[in-house]
Design a protein around this ligand. Structure first.
Ligand SMILES: C[S@@+](CC[C@H](N)C(=O)[O-])C[C@H]1O[C@@H](n2cnc3c(N)ncnc32)[C@H](O)[C@@H]1O
Length: 272
């Protein structure tokens, strides 16, 4: 039986679920590149001692452990993912790790002060109902902090790189992944009944051999077992063939951070 608050959306397998050992390295690199903006977005949203926090799709758990430090002994953090292999060894007195598929798992209503996820929603073909459920899981005045990519920023790169990322987005669509989701987040957060609090986009420009280049290379490599949708070519080979002349910077994804806030509790008006 599905509870009033469980998903119901049809789950689709996570595209990098079988990426094996390399997945930890890729997620660690992702965390190194995105944790600073994620921590800033959470800090702006009002992270402080005593709060009850939930993270979905926690990956290697770097943000969950950071939140556990911020909320201290009076607060708590629930770190969740469909894959607990990179979370199971986390040891923090106020941090709990739990397996949860955000599409189908139960998330209690009006229970958390802070809910966050990063680089998760664009993998879900049914992501908007998830945003609504997460909004419903906030306590009054609670905040939802979402970070997702938007490949629209590739227009700032050179044409050869633009063509590559455009083909990458096409591949994503065939796999049910929306690499242009970032721009859709603010409206989705408003539609879920939250007040928009902060919206920012970070657009890294990077050169060959940089950490961003390595992150995108390992992501494209991880897609290798499923090249069929890639118009007949191997995406990894296409990525390697991109021109990376010395000192040349390019651009692919912008990373959108959106914070929505739930309405405060309504105070009873004292009788006159
Ligand atoms: C691209 S990784 C991002 C990890 C981490 N949030 C980060 O940004 O470093 C996506 C994560 O979402 C998890 N995931 C994929 N589908 C999921 C689902 N339906 N419910 C919960 N987690 C899911 C994956 O196992 C993976 O850890």
């Amino acid at each position: 039986m599905t509870s009033a608050f469980s998903g119901g959306a049809e789950a689709r397998p996570y595209v990098f679920a079988e990426s094996g050992e390399g997945e930890r390295d890729r997620l660690e690199l992702l965390a190194r590149m995105l944790d600073p903006m994620h921590r800033r977005a959470l800090s702006l949203a009002g992270m402080r001692p005593g709060l009850r926090c939930l993270e979905l799709g926690s990956g290697t758990g770097t943000i969950a452990t950071w939140m556990a430090d911020q909320v201290g002994a009076r607060g708590s953090v629930l770190a969740t993912d469909i894959n607990l292999s990179f979370l199971k060894d986390l040891r923090h007195p106020n941090l709990t790790v739990r397996e949860l598929d955000v599409l189908t798992g139960d998330i209690p209503r009006r229970s958390f002060d802070v809910i966050t996820c990063r680089a998760l929603l664009h993998h879900l073909s049914q992501w908007e109902p998830v945003v609504e459920r997460l909004a419903g899981a906030l306590k009054p005045d609670g905040v939802l902090v979402l970070i997702e990519p938007d490949a629209g920023a590739a227009v700032l790169g050179d044409p050869e790189h633009q063509r590559f990322w455009s083909a990458w987005c096409h591949w994503g669509r065939m796999e049910g992944i929306d690499f242009r989701l970032g721009r859709k987040l603010p409206r989705a957060v408003q539609r879920a009944g939250l007040d928009l609090h902060e919206v920012t986009m970070e657009v890294p420009f990077y050169g060959g051999g940089s950490s961003w280049d390595e992150l995108y290379r390992s992501t494209v490599r991880a897609a290798r077992p499923r090249p069929a949708a890639w118009t007949g070519r191997d995406p990894s080979a296409a990525f390697e063939n991109l021109d990376r002349a010395d000192g040349q910077l390019t651009c692919s994804f912008g990373w959108m951070a959106v914070c929505g806030r739930a309405a405060p509790a309504t105070e009873a008006v004292p009788a006159q």
